[in-house]
Design a protein around this ligand. Structure first.
Ligand code: FAD
Length: 493
């Protein structure tokens, strides 16, 4: 059990990916130190306090907690039970006159789009193969003979699954819809586009069919609400690291790596301290890691010839304190989408309302509401470069746009708002250290255009949503398991 005790692992960043790797390694006996620049853990999946509220910063929906899902398995391995309660509805999709509560039952969805039944049957079959394949460590992209052997083992053990998977390997989600004649059903394509944008970060015309299959499965697998907010996940993981003898140090930023003979020897911190390491795990985006003096990311992390996956989106987020009567009888989460126009930039929003019985989240009679929309970072940084007034004007414009769409669904909204705060790509960069505020990882357009955890240093690994399988809590936890395996291999365990 304590085989790793002499190996010092330093994890830069206490996001869910970094903490999952740290907690598993600490549990296995490694000497783990997590360095986090903020005063609290969670990054994009943090919950922060402001004006008597606890707001979910970015992520709001607890995915992957279903039986044998990535978070369920992680909880079992760490001996912890999540403060998670199953939600009857994952989220409600609202667009024009369409209103679809998404849950494990597809009844309403099929009533609205009856011709889509064979597509959903196919999607469920593919998703169940993928959940099975990713159940333990998913060695993709392979990092040498051991991984290649494991992939071959998976293929040999279920050849029919692999044959089925091959059918979809190079196709897009839109081609898949077309094979069922659904590509011309514009309201259905818009629905699928909206689901894919919030999960695989691109729409059906570009999304890989394989990634789409898993993403479209999330509502039917069941989602959870986390008591205290989504940040409870990171808080539980940080506590688990400490229970296993590790350290989580807040308010400390990794500012450089000390490298000798191509190996990282220590992580240099903002306070001048140098933390010696046998292995370093960077819970940073590749763009942020590349900017740390000493670190070299490429070329081992990408599949040669497949192109370098790059993030494209950031988020504009409103944090609202609202009187609770505005939200009577609505689902905890709603996706509101205009019937026309490109998605994102205030034309599609994801709304999460804190549960009325979670007293930690809001003052009595109020709810903590997080509303997000995809936005491109460049205009925000351009505006900032032109001066604070331009940046503030852009922020006001987006605030008005988002409140207008929300107000169409919830009458009397504006008169009942007690607190408004806005987060932009500039805020995301400042709070999470993610260069240019890129969040959500890379658009999942191909299984081959992905990034693995390897870097140019044999003892430096990346974890988080820039690394396969990408964004979401289940995504980064699955990626963290892979990193734990690689760390054990490099440490000769
Ligand atoms: C608006 C939005 C909505 C989302 N909704 C959902 C959802 O509903 N469900 C879901 O499952 N997922 C959702 N996601 C995705 C999910 O939040 C992320 O994929 C996941 O949390 C990313 O985790 P990560 O491991 O990459 O770490 P990050 O969240 O990127 O955290 C990295 C951590 O490292 C710290 N750090 C950075 N640089 C340094 C440094 N140099 N030194 C020390 N510390 C450093 C940061 O402060 C941060 O705490 C959403 C994301 C966003 C932005």
């Amino acid at each position: 059990m304590n085989s790793g005790r002499n190996n010092r692992v330093v994890v830069a960043g206490a996001g869910v990916g970094g903490l999952a790797a740290a907690a598993l390694l600490a549990r296995k006996g490694f000497d783990v130190t997590v360095i986090e620049r903020q005063r609290y853990p969670g990054g994009c999946a943090a919950t922060f306090s402001r004006g008597g509220y606890r707001f979910d910063a970015g992520a709001t929906v607890g995915c992957g907690f279903q039986n044998a899902g990535p978070l369920d398995l992680l909880g079992c391995d760490l001996g912890l039970s999540w403060p998670a309660l199953r939600s009857p509805v994952a989220w409600e999709y609202v667009s024009g006159d369409i209103s679809l509560p998404l849950s494990s039952s597809k009844r309403t969805l099929l009533e609205r789009f009856p011709r889509s039944l064979p597509f959903w049957e196919d999607q469920e079959r593919l998703a169940s193969i993928l959940w099975k394949l990713s159940g333990d460590i998913l060695p993709w992209p392979p990092a040498g003979a051991v991984d290649a052997g494991r992939l071959l083992g998976k293929a040999v053990s279920s050849p029919s699954s692999v044959v089925h998977l091959l059918r979809f390997l190079n196709g897009t989600a839109l081609q898949w819809l077309a094979s069922y004649g659904l590509d011309r059903e514009s309201a259905f394509v818009r629905f699928i586009d909206a689901q894919l944008l919030i999960s695989v970060q691109t729409t059906a015309a570009y999304a890989s069919a394989v990634n789409a299959a898993i993403a479209l499965d999330l509502p039917s697998k069941g989602t959870c609400r986390l008591t205290g907010g989504i940040g409870s996940v990171a808080e539980e993981l940080a506590a688990s690291v400490e229970r296993s003898g590790g350290r989580v140090v807040y308010g400390l930023e990794a500012t450089a790596l000390e490298v000798a003979a191509k190996k990282v020897r220590a992580v240099v911190c903002g306070n001048g301290e140098s933390v010696p390491a046998d292995v370093v795990i960077a819970n940073l985006t590749p763009e942020s890691l590349e900017r740390l003096p000493g670190a070299m990311v490429s070329p081992r992390s990408v599949i040669p010839g497949a192109g370098r996956p790059c993030a494209e989106w950031s988020a504009f987020v409103l944090y609202l304190g609202v009187r609770e009567e505005v939200f009577s009888r609505c689902a905890d989460h709603l996706q509101i989408v205009r019937s026309e126009g490109a998605l994102g930039e205030g034309r599609s929003i994801f709304v999460s309302v804190s549960p009325s019985d979670d007293a930690r989240r809001a003052p009595e009679g109020f709810r903590a509401v997080t509303v997000s929309t995809h936005t491109r970072p460049a205009p925000w940084f351009d505006a900032l470069n032109r001066g604070k007034d331009e940046y503030k004007a852009l922020k006001r414009k987006y605030t008005r746009t988002v409140l207008a769409l929300l107000g169409e669904r919830f009458g009397g909204l504006e008169e009942n708002i007690g607190l408004v705060a806005a987060g932009t790509p500039v805020t995301w960069e400042r709070y999470t250290g993610r260069w240019r505020g890129y969040v959500g990882g890379y658009p999942q357009t191909s299984l081959f255009r992905v990034r693995g955890p390897l870097t140019a240093h044999s003892n430096l690994f990346m974890v988080g949503d820039s690394v396969f399988p990408g964004q979401s809590l289940p995504g980064v936890v699955t990626g963290a398991r892979r990193v734990v395996d690689l760390v054990e291999r490099v440490c000769g365990q």
